[in-house]
Ligand binder design. Structure first.
Ligand code: IVH
Length: 696
């Protein structure tokens, strides 16, 4: 019998996938790549091209889907050489002095005056660069501090990241881990945003987001953006030559290898000098080419750093001394009510654009009617805006002197009230007794539907590629989609009829909708947009109930009894599934092919319908057992996972007291090492692959 073209493609894709996995192993577990990045890319491109032609052959475990890595972003992940910690904050001078006193006390009064290295706190994106024999091998984002995303390709384009460490500068270690911050200088940030606005694209909120966004480009990489980034090095987690005793020497070593080290950095003797450094830096802030949000004060001597050690999140030997939030005044030009996913009417202040804390602010949320009343903000007022660090800009207060002056000049400033009718569908808005939020009660309100569709297409939910805001607007306004499930009935022809939608993008969207149908229960729950059910809760509920039906029929008390679930959430879930229209919608979504594998319940509920339905699912010799897989096994982890699940067991990501077994593969890399250590600490049984085979 002739082999069909599709079967040939399937075979070829499987071969490519195996090859890519082998190179992943060489690169991530063994640090011994056999091919160049470009050759690796070529393999991946070939696989993607095949899958693009035959979407039906895409296997969920294909490296193109990155199920084992970080699927949400499309980047592979890798463990850091050692955790990338965060910093504790001091918000004012007294907190900084308390830090100094605390550590001197811990050192037992040995140091009456400590030496510090003071550096600017760069407001960018932390990265780790790993060099092997002086050659850049890999670059990772900070990620969760333990595991980062592999953005090596993009980092190689950053001009201040040396591909080779300068050998004349200082001896080159076999392995080095250089830490620092990727920043986007302010001038480059301004021109990047100008270009984006010219293309009618959303400008970046601040240079930090722009830098992080540039590093995480996947498709159609904009090289200009990467070329305008700057890397500033501040730490060497591995590779400092023997005999290095001080942080200052590390900075010098980094400079000698060819890195940019913040030129503002200083060695300071005693906390008074650190305070003076901070004040001088704040003075200079506006003239600096990059955005900073404070200073970092580090104990200079490495031996003392080691002695002081770290807490789980941050070292004891360093602190970030933050600048006070920047404020600016501008005019409140209007207040607009916007309708959110849950129908909430949010008043948004429209401001005369103003630069504050490095960004231009033209809108800011006023949250709700009470907040407006409390601040007594009126259209036409002069208002004080503040932006501190990560915090979104806030309207702090009204300048009452300015108002008095305006009034004396004849202006009338009226109090604002949220509209009595939804600005999108015209339904009467309601505010329930005891609630701060005013809502549009119309579940079919196009604003809610659009927001719900955006939510459903989001990365944490069904992750539908190509379903952008403009398309959603057209689908809703054109009447093609009146409820979520309508999405999955869309045809290529219907989509081609939309503006800016060619044959190819229509086909791609149909394919991604088709792909999105195979999901996981937690993602489906998120997609439904149940209030209060985000990622964590969706996981908890799925793990508890195993499948949707027992959850849909669960009583409030069953849900409330689950650890980590409060009464508000329980009520929200029960109310959602108690609604006839919602149940019909769920039914239709399933009829249209949306499905998921059963999640194995973590523990059985105490009783009721949920319990009996869930109980039926746990069978097999590994029922109730949970496994953590680590290190390199002889086959992809997904394969072992499937076999464990088939035997009734469960595979989880991290080791806890509840873990039954840790299965350790061959090379104990960083993450394997730490998982093994954890297993030992908690007394969890460790198996090798043969041991697992025996159990299976
Ligand atoms: S030292 C263990 N030095 O701030 C020490 N970090 O809020 C941690 N940062 O994750 C890093 N400028 O991304 C250090 N001069 C500097 C820094 C700096 C910016 C970032 C870094 C860190 C975050 C903590």
């Amino acid at each position: 019998m002739a082999v069909s073209e599709r079967d040939q493609a399937r075979l070829k894709a499987a071969q490519l996938a195996a090859e890519i996995r082998r190179h992943d192993g060489l690169y991530y577990q063994r640090d011994r790549p056999e091919i160049s990045d470009a050759e690796y890319d070529a393999l991946m491109r070939e696989l993607r091209a095949l899958e693009g032609r035959f979407p039906e052959i895409v296997h969920p475990d294909s490296p193109s889907q990155r199920v084992a890595g970080v699927p949400a972003t499309g980047f592979a992940t890798a463990p850091h050489r050692s955790p990338m910690l965060s910093l504790d904050n001091a918000m004012d001078e007294s907190e900084l002095r308390a830090f100094d006193e605390r550590i001197r006390r811990m050192l037992g009064g040995r140091a009456a005056t400590l030496d510090f290295v003071c550096e600017p706190k760069l407001d960018g994106s932390g990265v780790e660069l790993i060099y092997r024999a002086g050659r850049l091998l890999r670059g990772l984002t900070r990620g969760d501090g333990h595991t980062g995303e592999d953005v090596t390709h993009n980092l190689r384009e950053v001009p201040s990241i040396p591909a080779l460490l300068a050998p004349e500068g200082a001896p080159i270690p076999e392995s080095a881990s250089v830490r620092g911050e990727v920043v986007l200088p302010l001038a480059a940030f301004a021109s990047l945003n100008a270009r984006r606005e010219a293309r009618e694209e959303e400008p970046f909120a601040n240079p930090r987001n722009a830098a992080a966004g540039s590093l995480r480009q996947i498709h159609d990489i904009d090289f200009d953006r990467l070329h305008s980034l700057e890397f500033r090095a501040y730490a060497l987690a591995e590779g400092a030559p023997e005999g290095t005793t001080r942080q200052w020497e590390i900075l010098e070593r980094l400079r000698a290898w060819g890195f940019v080290v913040s030129p503002e950095s200083r060695a300071c003797h005693g906390i008074d000098e650190a305070v003076a450094f901070h004040a001088a830096l704040l003075e200079k802030r506006a003239e600096l080419p990059v955005e900073i949000d404070g200073s970092v004060i580090k104990v200079a001597e490495l031996e003392l750093q080691r002695e002081l050690g770290a807490l789980s999140r941050s070292p004891r030997w360093a602190i970030a001394y933050k600048f006070p939030p920047e404020q600016a005044t501008t005019r409140l030009e209007g207040i607009e009510a916007q309708v959110g996913r849950t129908g909430a009417l949010t008043p948004v202040a429209k401001l005369r654009p103003i630069r504050v804390g490095g960004v231009t602010v033209s809108n800011t949320s006023l949250h709700n009617q009470d907040e407006i009343d409390r601040k007594d903000a009126r259209v036409g007022d002069t208002v004080v805006i503040q932006r501190a660090g990560d915090v979104i800009p806030q309207l702090v207060r009204v300048d009452l002197d300015a108002r008095a002056k305006a009034v004396s000049e004849g202006a009338t400033l009226e109090c604002y009230r949220l509209p009595a009718k939804c600005p999108v569908c015209g339904a009467g808005s309601v505010r329930l007794l005891g609630e701060a939020v005013t809502r549009c009660p119309n579940l079919d309100c196009p604003a809610q539907l659009k927001n719900n569709l955006r939510h459903l297409a989001g990365r944490g939910a069904l992750d539908v590629d190509g379903l952008g805001e403009k398309i959603i607007d057209q689908l809703v306004e054109g009447g093609l989609v009146a409820k979520l499930s309508d999405l999955f009935t869309l045809t290529q022809d219907e989509l081609e009829g939309l503006e800016r939608m060619g044959e190819k993008s229509a086909a791609n969207l149909v394919a991604s909708l088709e792909r999105a149908k195979q999901t996981r229960l937690p993602r489906f729950l998120i997609a439904l947009g149940i209030r209060h059910v985000g990622e964590t809760l969706a996981e908890i509920l799925s793990a508890h109930f195993g499948d949707l039906d027992p959850l849909m029929d669960a009583k409030i008390e069953h849900i409330e009894a689950i650890e980590g679930v409060g009464p508000t959430i329980a009520e929200s879930v029960v109310r959602f599934f108690g609604d006839r229209a919602n149940r019909a919608e769920v039914k239709r979504l399933r009829e249209l092919g949306i499905g998921w594998p059963a999640e194995l319940p973590a523990e059985l509920p105490a009783g009721g319908a949920a319990a009996s339905m869930a109980e039926g699912k746990v069978e097999g010799k590994l029922a109730g057992k949970s496994f953590v897989l680590t290190g390199t096994l002889s086959a992809p982890r997904s394969e072992f996972k499937q076999r464990i699940q088939a035997a009734g067991g469960k595979v989880v990501g991290s080791v806890s007291k509840k873990t039954s077994y840790v299965v350790a593969g061959e090379s104990a890399g960083e993450s394997a090492g730490s998982k093994l250590k954890k297993a030992e600490e908690l007394g969890v049984q460790v198996l090798d692959e043969a041991g697992l085979e025996k159990l299976l």
